[in-house]
Write a protein that binds this ligand. Sequence first.
Ligand code: UDX
Length: 442
Amino acid sequence: MDLAVIGVGHVGLVTAACLADLGHRVVGLDDDAAKIETLLAGGVPFHEPDLPQLLEKVTASGALRFSTELADAIADAEVVFVCVGTPPLPGGGPDLRFVERVAVEVASSVDHELVLVEKSTVPANTGQRLTQVIRREQEARGTDLTNVHVASNPEFLREGVAVHDTLNPDRIVYGTSSDFARDALRRVYAPLVERTGAPVVETDVNTAELIKHASNAFLATRISFINAVANVCDLVGADVEVVAQGMGMDARIGPAFLSAGLGYGGSCFPKDVDAFLHLARNVGYDFRLLEEVGRINAGQRDVVLRKLRDELWHLSGKTITILGAAFKPGTDDLRESPGLHLVRTLMDEGATVRVYDPVAIPGVQAQLPDVATFTDPIEAVTGAHAAVVATDWPEIVKLDLAEVVAALDYPILVDGRNCLDAAAAAAAGLRYHGIGRGHLRT
Ligand code: UDX
């Protein structure tokens, strides 16, 4: 099939490459000419494992090409995926200006029947809005009012394993309001269903949008739940790691997304929890559970600060190393990174902060030019009064803890991801603090 993907950010670029890999002819469009130039030169504008190789393969075969002209990108497209950014607004809802603009542009230049698919995370009822915008535009132009079909096809990919997730989905969800759109999406995903046997949920547009809201909000809720349990574990002298293990063995609960720590970050969970709350508020439902999820998450940074203050008393004048700046391993994404939040708070308190990350340092330097940055973890901790693990990068998990002890001025380490071996840390001479590992002090 001929497909277009509008907006080749993280989601759009991975989607475009994977759809091309499934055998479709795909045009990736972005109005950021510099980004398209990078892609045309064989570069990838962000860190995502497996993506450079896949892009090389599908661009070399001609299955994927790039464009900066919307009319060119959609000229032959049967299905157009909208993957433009939906940045958060100050009030909590997402800014849908770019989504609206795409709908207007498509409506004003389309000359054949196609499906316009929302893939960006958007609030429920955005499909209805898009239909309204498109019809209005077409009416104003006196063009065919029936040739654009709006659909919702939420994506569930995780950064860092995005290619794997897209090509091995747990499920494929699409919501449509016409046979034309449903049949087109069936054909888009037929090769993936054949390849993986992934189950398909075919539903209406509002329900598809809600599946995305509810899935991300539920995962965020699990993380905040285990973090709240971790805080109780700290107080009563229990080990949250074993608690999570014991809970996860119950088939009704399952083990995923029960890792306690500094909390969730990234471009999705914080924004999506706020967006769902905002939506609920707008339609008259007081979703207090979700408010608490966000509050617990933000509080996890204070948990780490408290542990540092317990050890160091005043943080002003102390040198603290943050190990890991990316919001999670496998990415250079710093959006809503709990580690970076910590860096800013420590700086506000007058501490000297040093930051180590294996891939995200250029972004840290751009945002915080006054912070000392390192791509070697031992150099980063040398002479510091304490270190905090903020991202569970493999490079950090396999650190030689004796070397860490030798390099630090005081052997204090707060493991904000519970990713180090507590017994080995103690044996190496570290004053080790995890999150919810109160048993270590009893
Ligand atoms: C998430 C969803 O998983 C994905 O389905 C959706 O499409 C986009 O949002 P992503 O933001 O890439 O993906 O990262 P994910 O791996 O889900 O982790 C999100 C955050 O939660 C990270 O900061 C991670 O460190 C944290 N996390 C995750 C925990 O603190 N504990 C856990 O148990 C799991």
